[in-house]
Design a protein around this ligand. Structure first.
Ligand code: NCD
Length: 269
């Protein structure tokens, strides 16, 4: 079974419970996980690698498409057909929306979607939900998405998940980068109403332009929720937030390891 989108709520809750007790996960000794990263990544690739190593699996892969036959014009489908003969699961990041489904259609092994263009980023959503659950003890929270919502794939998978767990979503978009029919708020309104400010950068590599609203310590005056960010940040989230009680983004990034351990164990054991 591949992991292409955020699974149903029962599966999400099972994975979050497993991520809370990673030492109880089964060993993946003897398994090989392939990291096929056609787009830059720091957190997603390295936390999947760390997760695989912690479970005893071997890791192969690439993170620079220029060093693969993709640079010679090989199609995604052919690359996946070949890689699926070398490993037990493929963690795929690709710049095109829908790439994970295309890969899944030709792969003999599970595909784990590690971000497909402006599409979705389901493993990020699971670690976001894990972070929210650890802090609030529940998932029916009010989330304000701030920044590039048009092209931010992390938003595209987290917002529906929050909705399906009974929370509410609002948006504070960068001008021209709004998404869907989420109610629009100003940043001060969001600070007053939301439990979570989920800040995102402008996705310049997907053609987004303009400036995201800036979240800094002054803008958070009186806020008693948490600030999350999938990272990397550019200038939309000021460093003066880092030391304060609202800052959750580095803990959020760390949660990538146990959550991705749970995902790998469920796909491979
Ligand atoms: C995000 C992504 O790749 O979509 N990063 C990540 O995986 N933590 C967000 C981003 O790049 O802005």
């Amino acid at each position: 079974m591949s992991f292409l989108t955020v699974p149903d709520n029962a599966s999400v809750l099972r994975l979050l419970n497993q991520a809370a007790k990673p030492e109880a996960l089964p060993s993946l000794a003897g398994k090989t996980v392939c990291m096929a990263f056609f787009e830059p990544s720091t957190r997603t690739r390295l936390s999947f690698e760390a997760a695989a190593h912690k479970l005893g699996a071997n890791v192969i892969g690439f993170s620079d498409v220029a060093s693969t036959s993709g640079a010679k014009g090989e199609t995604l489908e052919d690359t996946i057909r070949v890689l699926s003969g070398y490993c037990d699961a493929i963690v795929l990041r690709h710049p095109e929306t829908g790439a994970a489904e295309r890969a899944d259609a030709v792969s003999d092994v599970p595909i784990i979607n590690a971000g497909d263009g402006a599409g979705v980023h389901p493993s990020q959503t699971l670690l976001d939900l894990f972070t929210i659950q650890q802090h609030f003890g529940r998932l029916d929270v009010d989330v304000a998405f701030v920044g590039d919502l048009a092209n931010g794939r992390t938003v595209h998978s987290l917002a529906p998940a929050i909705d399906s767990f009974g929370g509410t979503c609002m948006q504070v978009p960068a001008p021209g980068l709004e998404w869907g029919d989420l109610p629009e708020k100003t940043l001060p309104e969001a600070v007053a109403e939301a439990d979570v400010l989920y800040v995102t950068r402008v996705q310049a590599e997907r053609g987004s332009t303009g400036a995201a609203p800036v979240v800094d310590a002054a803008a958070l005056d009186g806020f008693d929720g948490i600030v999350m960010h999938p990272l990397p940040r550019v200038d939309e989230l000021a460093t003066d937030v880092d030391g304060g009680p609202c800052a959750k983004y580095f803990e959020q990034a760390r949660n990538g390891v146990p959550v991705r351990m749970a995902i790998l164990a469920s796909e491979l054991s």
